[in-house]
Write a protein that binds this ligand. Structure first.
Ligand SMILES: N[C@@H](CCC(=O)N[C@@H](CS)C(=O)NCC(=O)O)C(=O)O
Length: 259
């Protein structure tokens, strides 16, 4: 499988990162195909936290790069992020799509950010699933109806803003009794949730209403690896609200073609 897809042929920024120790321990750089949206940022942060070497390939989802054949061969749901690890299981190349699966893969590969015991690991996985099944889809719909929908449908805006606020409350309650989402250690659960909360103002949420969440959020935001992860491809992304081509690719006929 080629690591250079039509969808992401030229890395906007090609960076081979990180420590020689890590690179030597885990082989050739991971090929990251991504875009700086929350689902991509989760993986950018994890790669930085884990000190893995990686090359970045921009998949501009506003331009329709996600529909290119080569990209679909590693990400069949036409969504970023996806990775190709040249040194996967049994030393063979291995591709992974779905950000939650990528986080679990990277944490398992390195033996980090996934707790130290079975019970820690299963608790972390529960919170990763909570992000994948709840926080991501609901906050995504919230963004859609608050910001991208061409007509303002009050029912949809209320429904998803209320649901977002409810989820922020669940996180706040959890963090009232636990330093991190997965327990006492920072883990891929925190990495999964954090980027989704960064655009909280656009979601109609005031973080001051959630003091435990806010303290945790500020702590995560201050981490150097998180800042590096959030910076990956950041300068490439432009607002799409008034970009008809981007809206067509993401929400129009192009999106719904059978592939
Ligand atoms: N469940 C997927 C969702 C990925 C996803 O929705 N990615 C968006 C950007 S955040 C995307 O690639 N959208 C392009 C499209 O829908 O065509 C994951 O977590 O990886």
């Amino acid at each position: 499988m080629t690591t250079r897809s039509k969808s992401a042929p030229k890395p906007a920024k090609k960076s081979v990162k990180k420590s020689a120790t890590s690179a030597a321990a885990h082989g050739a750089p991971i090929e990251l195909h991504s875009w700086p949206t929350p689902n991509g940022q989760k993986v950018h942060i994890a790669l930085e936290e884990l000190g893995l070497a990686y090359n970045v390939h921009a998949v501009n989802i506003g331009k329709g790069d996600q529909f290119a054949k080569d990209f679909l061969s590693i990400s069949p749901n036409n969504k970023i992020p996806a990775i190709l690890d040249p040194n996967g299981p049994d030393g063979k190349p291995y591709a992974v799509f779905e950000s939650g699966a990528i986080l679990v893969y990277l944490a398992s590969k390195t033996g980090q950010l996934l707790g130290n015991t079975d019970s820690e690991r299963f608790t972390i996985l529960q919170w990763v699933m909570f992000q994948m099944g709840g926080v991501g889809p609901m906050l995504g719909q919230n963004h859609h109806f608050r910001i991208y929908a061409p007509e303002k449908i009050q029912y949809a805006i209320d429904r998803y803003t209320n649901e977002a606020r409810r989820l922020y409350g669940v996180i706040d309650t959890r963090l009232a009794k636990s330093a991190f989402l997965g327990g006492e250690h920072y883990s891929i659960a925190d990495i999964a949730v954090y980027p989704w909360l960064v655009p909280h103002e656009r979601q109609g949420i005031d973080l001051n209403d959630f003091p435990h969440l806010k303290a945790w959020y500020d702590g995560i935001a201050a981490r150097a690896a998180v800042q590096r992860g959030m910076a990956v491809l950041a300068s490439e992304r432009k607002p799409i609200e008034n970009d008809d081509k981007a809206r067509e690719a993401m929400f129009g006929a192009t999106q719904y073609q059978r592939r």
